[in-house]
Design a protein around this ligand. Structure first.
Ligand code: SF4
Length: 245
């Protein structure tokens, strides 16, 4: 890893254009900027290459200008949606990049677990808050989560995206949605990723995934939770757990 310079962003990968694979922007052409580093360690994290220290040597410290050049080059100058993800992209300085991109007509979506609030959240176009349910073995600190919404100040389109593996996760999703009735809620069945070191890192358990999807749809329907949208991860169905697509 190049040492992170002051003002730079720690980058794991920048790729695209491809389609957004999940949540409210599913199917939308996007450039992905994935940062390195996360304050969480979810048990089922599907982005360990952007989280674990074992992968730090792959991360680069990049200035806003360099990131912008890469986005511009990949998109061919066509103003696309730029998806800021990680890791936790909220721990990186993105205010300047968002400003620069907006001047050229680009839009910015950021996905975070809601553990760190930044003043520039109000400059985003879309804020995806993805609090982690019990199966992640993480604990949600609602004060920090609320601070993210306060920082957004009602300006970006804000929404909830919650991964559901089991009954406990489902109960958590319901509780979270009831705390924030103003936010649209997107649910997605959990995807068990291969453990580090497994020879096929792109492999998916499609049968298990479909089973959880069926179960989740049945739960939501039986509960008449009609405000919730249940979506698969399109990129996982298309490309498995392959990186950089
Ligand atoms: S918050 Fe996201 S990137 Fe961080 S460990 Fe959890 S799933 Fe992985």
């Amino acid at each position: 890893m190049s040492k992170q310079q002051s003002g730079d962003v720690l980058i794991s990968e920048i790729f695209g254009p491809t389609i957004q694979g999940e949540g409210a922007l599913i199917g939308q052409p996007s450039i992905f900027v994935r940062t390195g580093g996360c304050d969480y360690r979810c048990s089922w994290c599907d982005s360990l290459h952007a989280v674990e220290s074992a992968y730090r040597s792959d991360w680069r410290s990049m200035s806003t200008q360099k990131i912008w050049q890469k986005i511009y080059e990949l998109s061919g100058g066509v103003p696309l949606m730029v998806s800021l993800s990680g890791g936790n992209p909220a721990i990186q300085p993105f205010g300047e990049l968002i400003d620069l991109g907006h001047q050229q007509g680009y839009r910015f979506a950021l996905e975070t677990q809601g553990s760190v609030a930044k003043h520039w959240f109000c400059e985003l176009d879309v804020l995806v808050l993805s609090p982690k349910p019990p199966s992640s073995n993480m604990e949600t600190h609602w004060n920090s989560f609320n601070a993210c919404l306060e920082a957004a100040g009602g300006k970006p389109q804000s929404l909830l995206k919650i991964v559901v593996f089991d009954e406990l996760d489902y109960a958590y999703a319901r509780d979270t949605a009831s705390r924030y009735p103003q936010l649209p809620v997107y649910l997605q069945p959990g995807n068990h990723t291969p453990p580090p070191g497994d020879s096929d890192q792109a492999a998916i358990d499609l049968a298990g995934l479909n089973e959880r999807f069926d179960w989740l749809v049945a739960k939501v329907t039986a509960d008449q939770w009609f405000e919730a949208r249940v979506l698969p991860q399109l990129h996982v169905l298309l490309w498995g757990n392959k990186r950089g697509v």
